[in-house]
Write a protein that binds this ligand. Structure first.
Ligand SMILES: *Cc1c(COP(=O)(O)O)cnc(C)c1O
Length: 393
């Protein structure tokens, strides 16, 4: 029985070779790969004002601080109630207030809900493309232009995908990408890399001034070793689950903003090189899940699926009332690793209904490039049998 693992990162020899090369040449913190990464990504996204930083969070904090200066006194940032916790932390750390909007069945912020939340204290709306599934960002751009508020295009989980022939991350006033584990380009654990894309010319001087003061990230060698141990070797070390089992709201982690290290930029260049290939591999597995899930069990849904759509994670939606945790335990005994979703956020322990319902029923299933069609069928069958209460698989 082959193991089915979660795709935290897909690295080949080039990534390891790039890392070794950075150490051998003494170019771990500074070097020419940083500028090269900015140039290549700039070309892909069609943007010239693009800055390689140490994380998506740093990009978000710097952009937010800039927006707050342009429109001082406004503190509210409307975000989806279903979102990566790092976003909530970055907003609060910037001294701003997250306002949680409802999400649709695609897990993205609902336009109607966001529109209703706009008030005189609204600074910006942050729209994320959850797990890579594109949000209706062009409509949000119209809305924020009409309401005269800022728009943040959070493309942390996806690189190189477009809507209306415009790249995700390039809409609105600024956008961001992340190279943390489980994103579409991975250089290491959160803190290994991220990109700030500044589209608002008024914001640019503030952002430039702030970035000029940053040093490249430190202690990256140690972080690389930890990442390889915790994530790339997770099937053997069984480490990667620790973070995701904490389903409580994490305490705000302090951010020390930095530029990307040359080591991580070199790895990012390798990931960029293989992006299209890895995308196609992923799309095939997602197609396979969509096909077999609907054939095996109509009650298990795959809400973000669409043909030829890249998804950073394959999130399936279990039927109402399913014991998701028990299901995970049983799958683990069959060597199938799964992960719960983010929790739904709210100011008052009363998250929007749809976000809260989805967060409770979503389960990430393995979608590694090494999985065959037969592996996918096995995962779907096991899920079905477990949900039907058959413990004697
Ligand atoms: C991961 C993520 C971030 C933060 O990126 P880091 O590099 O981990 O700081 C921001 N937004 C979304 C939607 C994310 O998934």
């Amino acid at each position: 029985m082959s193991r089915c693992n979660l795709p935290f990162a897909s690295w080949g020899w080039p990534e390891f070779a790039a890392a070794l090369c950075a150490f051998a040449r003494g170019k771990v913190r500074c070097g020419t790969d940083i500028g090269e990464l900015e140039r290549q990504l700039g070309r892909l996204l069609g943007e010239s004002n693009l800055f390689a930083l140490d994380s998506g969070r740093t990009a978000l904090s710097i952009g937010l601080e800039g927006l707050a200066k342009l429109r001082s006194g406004r503190l509210d940032v409307i975000i989806p109630a279903y979102i990566c916790p790092a976003v909530v932390n970055a907003i609060e750390s910037a001294g701003l207030r997250p306002v949680f909007g409802e999400v649709g069945s695609d897990l993205n912020l609902s336009l109607d809900s966001a529109r209703k939340l706009i008030g005189s204290n609204t600074l910006a709306i942050l729209v994320a493309h959850m797990y890579g599934c594109p949000a209706d960002i062009a409509e949000f751009e119209k809305l924020t232009n009409e309401a005269d508020i800022f728009l943040i295009d959070d493309a942390a989980q996806v690189v190189g995908e477009s809507v209306n022939e415009r790249q995700l991350g390039t809409f609105g006033d600024f956008g961001l990408l992340s190279f943390a584990q489980s994103k579409s380009m991975v250089t290491g654990e959160s803190g290994a890399g991220g990109i700030l894309i500044c589209s608002n010319p008024g914001l640019l001087p503030i952002v430039l001034e702030r970035i000029k003061s940053l040093e490249p990230a430190q202690s990256r060698g140690k972080a690389l070793v930890a990442f390889v141990w915790n994530y790339l070797l997770a099937p053997y070390t069984s480490r990667a689950t620790y973070y995701w089992q904490r389903r409580i709201r994490p305490s705000p982690r302090s951010i020390t903003p930095a530029r990307i290290a040359n080591l991580d930029a070199g790895i990012a260049l390798c990931q960029l090189e293989s992006l299209v290939f890895r995308r196609n591999e992923r799309v095939q597995i997602l197609d396979s899940y969509a096909k077999h899930l609907s054939a095996i069990d109509q009650d298990i849904q795959f809400p973000q699926y669409a043909p030829d759509r890249y998804l950073a994670r394959a999130m399936v939606l279990l039927p109402s009332g399913s014991d998701v945790e028990a299901c995970r335990q049983l799958l683990r005994t069959r060597s199938i690793e799964t992960r719960r979703s983010y929790p739904a956020f709210s100011e008052d322990n009363d998250p929007p209904a749809c976000a809260s319902d989805l967060a409770g029923r979503l389960l990430e299933v393995p979608a590694c490039s090494t999985m065959s069609d037969a592996d996918v069928i096995r995962v779907c069958r096991c899920l079905k049998n477990i949900l039907q209460g058959d413990k004697f698989l």
